[in-house]
Design a protein around this ligand. Sequence first.
Ligand code: AMP
Length: 299
Amino acid sequence: MDVIRDNAALRRRLEASRRAGESLGLVPTMGYLHAGHLSLIAQAGRENDRVAVSIFVNPTQFGPGEDFARYPRDEARDLALCEEAGVDIVYAPEVAMLYPNGQPGTVVVPPESLTGHLCGASRPGHFTGVATVVSKLFALFQPDRAYFGLKDFQQTAVLKRMVADLCFGVDVVLVPTLREPDGLAMSSRNVYLSAEERQQALALSRALQAGWEAARRSGVSPDDVLNTARSVLAGEPALEVQYLELVDQDTLAPLETLERPGVLAVAARLGRTRLIDNVSLEGPAPLGGDRLDRLERKP
Ligand code: AMP
């Protein structure tokens, strides 16, 4: 496995691979890898000749007062996990390699229709930071495919749109959210949670499960789904809910009817930690199984 910190060295390494006709899958991360990241890496390995992982805590996607400085980092452990997972190239640059003047410079601004609500409302500039750094990675790697987790659902919509609008010619592959056995969506930020908060955080996935189940009942409206999920969140007073929305899976516009594919998405603060989670109403239940189906199956 090659660990590369320098853009020129990265280009030389990729050129050798390209000359050999090898396809390349890229998995962009901010490090502190967990099983969710590893599922992206595994899928990239199945679908490409070579797999590259970038590890970069991107300062331009953090707002003032957010957790850039204290974001968890453990490069030695990340490299060991990548090696074990069969990764070919790890790109782990210093900030100055991607932002030479310490300034963002040219930026990529995604459309307001995709970034004006959900996470974008409480994190102004966040998706400009994400789109900008992913553009840099695409320009450097020119991968055949890039892998992103549906855990960051709004990010996937923004990046799919960016790739289409800017003609990147990269196949954006979306990977389902991996959860802890009790339902909590895996996240590098879960390490911030105290034991008590770790339990309280389960209200997020429980609320999504309740909303997902409500959506399967006949005659329900988007408001019914939202109210069902909201009542579960309300049962956990420690959660400071930032949003609970049911949106169109592509346009992110609020869903007016359950006839369109929708995503139920939530963000909440728990002490100093901000958590997000979401579920596609068309996909599998977030907690696995479906209590309604089980009830119906009973003789
Ligand atoms: P991050 O390091 O948090 O920027 O995440 C890097 C990539 O891993 C992003 O595409 C995330 O959406 C994805 N990811 C993070 N958590 C999970 C998870 N629990 N399951 C699947 N993918 C995830």
